[in-house]
Design a protein around this ligand. Structure first.
Ligand code: BGC
Length: 749
């Protein structure tokens, strides 16, 4: 871990002079600001540094201060050249460093040198269940961000997946708060080691795109604390995140960019957040409320930048006494502290980074290779055994579809995106002929394909009729080939920010295509490429080999081909529940999606598998599920003691044996059940996991620590976390529905 080092050079001369001139000037802002102390990995920045920032602020006009607090272009604030203060520069985001956007519109800036690595989207990273890969992702994309001179990377996106229809499911990680926080923390540390701030988004309770600009979200306090906030809290307390993004929607009646409860009470007072809160783009509604309730920087979509709430309106309100200048200074100080922390004011020693490199493409490969989920593999149809195989039919528009860009939302302009078809071409021997047939067309009615700036509330409307000649060509290719592989699913035009999908149906007539191909070639492998659940019950019953892949980055096609051909043994696990049907999912079973002006999360804490397992609803594929080409057995589950105090660590150990013929990785998952409780609890909750590599035929002893405090629930009356004394069952398995061993421990006061 790096410690924070303060670099001062030319600026320091100015600062010391300024601090002499103004040292008696103890304004309210100085007092407030002194409380704000930036730390990095727990190391506080000195008061000397603080007072220099105060001196700098004392030199500024109100116009200059306002300039630092709002967008002066699409992705940057205004510099104050005379004081040596640069712009605060930002870039999306979750799939890699976004292409350069024009300064005053959403159009691409048209740069020639803004190519970047396209990393697997959030769902793919989450499906690896590998915290080391999350750190690798963070360091890799952090290096790219700094190489593009960005101070803030608008990532990670960590909202909980509440509904399978969510338009941004592909960008987010998971339905589970524990997996969410375990992936979030190393990602942030990795990015910030490169002198780039993360911007953890979208804070908070932003779990649907429908009505996202105004919907008022109601969540009971326990569900808020136990499900929706843990990863955000860990981002502050375990990863020292430098910035957060305030969400578009309302929470309990107040917009999140002016929500005093969330921004001041929870984020700063309770969790001790010292960084800055940046608004989502055009998520601010009221100058005074936002200034008072904790929003530091307003960013937005094109309108004259002077018309932003933190621009002329702020200046006018300070001049007329409606807002105290001291209150503005608090925010300016936080931005300056961030700039010093990032070494962006005086860049001596600032990381340089690198972008678009082979190393980074290989980082993206490693993540993609561990993210692919094997859902079904009857008769060991996979990996494909090439002996005697002369031809493979590759069917489906998704075999060639690229997803680095698309839809409404942040993508990446990349020099490399290996498609599934190219991956197979790269990896198959020349002796195997590929017979490609597009099979289905990606079509939208009324041109409703989501475009930038075009918000389609019910999701894009697709045309689901197959073209007879294309169907015929696909059948012919399948019939005349030894093996057929269908690449279906969705893409980033269909799954997109700003709209949720209307249903879980596979679009573009794909289900019919898959059925027809399966009829003519039983040796067919179905590969779904998507970021969110789909209704694949029928397809799953009819096919014998089924793979799930993601919007999987620059090397996605190579990684997928390696899994199909067996160079990589699949080890991805679903980060969310695949329901049999939409109505089985909690938000839909309780008819509490999408609401209109307001939405009430009536399922409370029973989100995702917590609902399915507690209500005994069988999913199609459970949370945490994913097969391997090997088989793993768990045994000898033990804890170091049987009775624990609430501040202790439970040392859990067990053996994992690889009984199959392939070396491979398995994700051992620890769930906890509280059989007797004063409050309702879910049937089980994930409280630990470990991904382990085990050679064929070998056994490995695995040990991991489970802090007893992880067993706490949030007590709404006491407004605190409580571990109830009594027995708990620790369950070990490789999905939320496949538990292979249990051990009981007791917690005593
Ligand atoms: C999204 C954010 C994104 C911002 C800037 C908004 O529409 O919600 O996630 O960072 O735009 O592109």
């Amino acid at each position: 871990m790096k410690k924070h080092v303060i670099y001062m050079s030319v600026l320091s001369a100015f600062l010391s002079a300024a601090s002499c001139q103004h040292k008696e000037k103890q304004t309210e802002s100085n007092k407030l600001a002194e409380k704000v102390e930036v730390t990095y990995q727990g190391v506080p920045i000195t008061n000397v540094y603080d007072s220099k920032i105060d001196s700098l602020i004392a030199e500024m006009t109100i116009e200059e201060k306002a300039g630092m607090l709002h967008g002066n272009s699409m992705f940057a604030t205004k510099a104050i050249e005379r004081l040596g203060i640069p712009e605060l520069t930002m870039a999306d985001g979750p799939l890699g460093v976004r292409e350069e956007i024009s300064r005053d519109s959403w159009a691409a800036a048209g740069w020639e040198n803004d190519f970047a690595t396209y990393y697997p989207a959030g769902g793919g990273l989450a499906a690896t269940w590998n915290t080391e890969l999350s750190y690798l992702f963070g360091t890799s994309v952090g290096e790219e961000a700094i190489a593009r001179d960005k101070d803030v990377l608008l990532s990670p996106a960590i909202n909980i997946i509440r509904t399978p229809l969510g338009g941004r499911t592909y960008e987010y990680f998971t339905e589970d708060p524990f997996l969410n926080k375990k992936l979030t923390v190393p990602f942030i540390v990795g990015v910030q080691e490169n002198d780039v701030a993360v911007c953890v988004k979208h804070f908070a309770a932003n779990n649907q795109e429908t009505h996202r600009d105004y919907v008022d979200v109601q969540i009971d306090e326990r569900a808020l604390r136990e499900i929706y906030l843990p990863a955000f809290k860990a981002a502050v307390q375990e990863a020292q995140a430098y910035s957060f993004m305030g969400a578009y929607n309302k929470f309990r009646g107040e917009y999140l960019c002016e929500n005093g409860y969330m921004l001041n009470n929870v984020l700063r007072d309770e969790w001790g957040f010292k960084g800055i809160v940046i608004s989502d783009w055009a998520a601010v509604h009221d100058t005074k409320k936002s200034i008072e309730n904790g929003l530091d920087v307003e960013m937005g979509t094109p309108k004259p930048f002077d018309e932003f709430f933190y621009a002329d309106a702020l200046i006018e309100k300070v001049k007329s006494g409606v807002i105290a200048e001291a209150d503005v200074d608090v925010h300016v100080k936080r931005v300056l502290q961030l700039m010093f922390s990032l070494k962006s004011i005086d860049d001596a020693g600032r990381a340089k980074g690198s972008i678009n490199t082979e190393d980074h493409f290989q980082d993206a490969y490693k993540i993609a290779a561990e993210s692919v989920v094997l859902l079904k593999n009857e008769n060991n149809q996979l990996p494909i055994k090439l002996d005697g195989v002369k031809s493979i039919a590759v069917i489906g528009n998704n075999a060639k579809k690229k997803n680095a860009l698309g839809g409404f939302g942040a993508g990446v302009k990349t020099k490399r995106e290996v498609t599934p078809l190219e991956g197979l071409q790269n990896r198959l021997p020349e002796s195997v002929t590929i017979n490609y047939a597009e099979g289905y067309l990606e079509r939208y009615s009324n041109d409703e394909k989501a475009k930038l700036g075009d918000i389609t509330l019910n999701g894009p409307v697709t045309i689901d009729k197959l073209e007879p000649d294309m169907l015929e060509a696909a059948i012919k290719a399948a019939k005349s080939s030894d093996v057929a592989i269908i690449f279906a699913g969705s893409n980033r035009d269909y799954e997109t920010e700003a709209s949720d999908r209307a249903s879980l149906k596979l679009p573009f007539g794909q289900e019919e295509l898959i059925e027809k191909v399966l009829e003519v070639n039983p040796n067919t492998i179905v590969v779904i490429i998507a970021g969110a659940p789909f209704d694949i019950q029928n397809i799953s019953q009819k096919s014998s080999a089924l793979i799930w892949s993601w919007f999987n980055g620059s090397e996605g096609g190579n990684a997928l081909a390696d899994v199909i051909l067996g160079t990589v043994n699949p080890s991805g696990k679903l980060p969310w529940t695949m329901p049999k049907k939409l109505e089985d999912s909690p938000a839909h079973a309780t008819h509490s999606f999408p609401g209109d002006k307001s939405v009430n999360y009536t399922e409370g804490i029973l989100v995702g598998y917590r609902w399915f397992d507690t209500k005994n609803v069988a999913p199609l594929y459970p949370f945490g599920y994913g097969l391997s080409y090997s088989k793993f057995e768990f045994s000898d589950l033990k804890t170091d003691k049987s009775v624990y105090k609430s501040d202790e660590l439970i040392q859990v150990s067990f053996n994992v044996k690889n009984t199959g013929d392939f070396d491979g990785k398995e994700v051992a998952q620890l769930y906890v059940r509280d059989p007797e409780s004063y409050v309702d609890k879910a049937a089980k909750e994930l409280k630990g996991f470990k991904k382990v590599f085990i050679k064929s035929g070998e056994v490995q002893q695995v040990s991991t620590q489970l802090p007893v405090k992880e067993l706490a629930y949030y007590n709404e009356v006491k407004k605190s976390w409580l571990v109830e004394p009594g027995e708990y069952v620790i369950k070990l398995g490789n999905s939320s529905r496949n538990i292979e061993a249990e051990v009981i421990i007791e917690v005593k006061d």
